[in-house]
Design a protein around this ligand. Sequence first.
Ligand code: AMP
Ligand code: MG
Length: 540
Amino acid sequence: MPQNAPIQDPTPANPVPIKLTTSFTSELSADKSQSTMPRQVAGAAFSRTNPATFSQPTLVSWNADLASQLGLEELTNEPAYAANVFSGQRLLEGSDPYAMAYGGHQFGNWAGQLGDGRAIALGDVTQADGTLRTLQLKGAGPTPYSRRADGLAVLRSSIREYLASEAMFHLGVPTTRALSLVLTGDQVLRDMLYDGNPALEPGAIVCRTAESFIRFGNFELPTSRGDIDQLRELADYTIRHHFGHLSDAQNPTAETYVEWFEEICQSTAKLMVDWLRVGFVHGVMNTDNMSIHGITIDYGPYGWVDDFDPAWTPNTTDSTHRRYRFGNQGAVGQWNVLQLANALVPLVEETTALEKAVNDYVPTFKSLHQAMMADKIGLQYSPASEDTDIVEELLQILASTETDMTIFYRRLATIDADTKDPLNAISDAYYDQTTLVGETRERINNWMQSYQKLLPTVGSDAAAQRTTLMNSVNPCYVLRNYLAQETIDAATEGDFSRMDQLAKVLENPYEQQAGAEKFAEKRPDWARNRAGCSMLSCSS
Ligand code: AMP
Ligand code: MG
């Protein structure tokens, strides 16, 4: 295991003058100890922690577009320096590396202190518009929150985090983003399938960015310890820096906390609807993995649904109860905001307003979901019960026989009011055509008939608009699990060109791209039950 060593920079001159600021460490209470020994950290929002030393950091992926947005474009021509910076071997000016203290509810149970066990934030860059983005290294060595683990990450999980967060960004789903992928040059021991067969894997570090990495669990931890001063300090900091538009943001009152919480409920509901729209299953929606910004964070054993199945989860750790299954994510979102509400109770005089916000999550989620589904099938939002029925029936028929979710909606856009044999037009969305008989066939045909009756007249402006709208919310390319796995297999052999190629295609997920047909295909049969393609453990 690499040791945490103070960074000694042999080169006095900074080849690229970039300055970070770190309000998290300058404004909040710090852990008094500097030791990285795993322990309980009380009365502090973070622990100063230097990244570990690695033998040979090598930059293997660099997100030049994101780098220029972050004002880091000069690093694009300095891969060796970037490899050192984004593995924590060289610190940029103003950097004050830290790991955050947080707790969380894991699979429905309070788990106590968790914290950044293998994430170390370097500080914030200032973008051209004046907004800040935190740079955080994932897998840069142990912190006081590492518990019994090593603080490291392996190549396969780092590629998965990099590709998924970028795929989500380009799909229009709020998310952290990935700036770089560095191979550390060291090997890391992992029991990938938790079956008693550990093996050495290449170690890697992703540098990810977000407005902040503050989670529901950051507030749950101080409340669980009855440390209300710590809770208030962090809540006020968060509102001051990230929710400045709220009333009295500089000096929050009980109303400010409620307004803030209401906003988190809304953004969480919206995020869940986005996940359902693109077929994403997070896999580990513990409250320590829930961002207060309503962005997707912590890509672990996630997956994209190939065949539409609301009961599917890619996470083998959750295969019995399937708490975090695809179709349960909206409900879990509400359970999670309830935990956050409980954490914020000490800040408000009375709880009615928090309760109301938790309850309002349901109608908010439902109306966003209804509007999203109406967009997906190309029917403008209408509260008519007829439209709700057609969505309900559709979700049932999609699950009744293996139907590729992504392909289905793209093909549906090609059907119009007088398409003669609509089932034929969508037939390649089905994994097994021989199941399209009897009752199943009749049910799909009946649905198509009712659907076609609702479609605008062929040749009208509305008909053209419908196709455009559908294709703007229904991606043609998603990060299918087997595509990620193929990329990982190639990268493990030293070939990162596949990763670059896939990342490029995923930059325009709604546009059919010539030559990219293979990335839009159904999951091949070999991938149906292969580890990494249909099931993943938390080992990463
Ligand atoms: P996750 O469910 O992956 O978000 O992780 C839950 C907790 O375990 C967090 O506190 C992580 O920081 C911690 N963790 C996961 N993997 C490691 C690791 N390899 N070393 C140290 N801590 C880890
Ligand atoms: Mg996590």
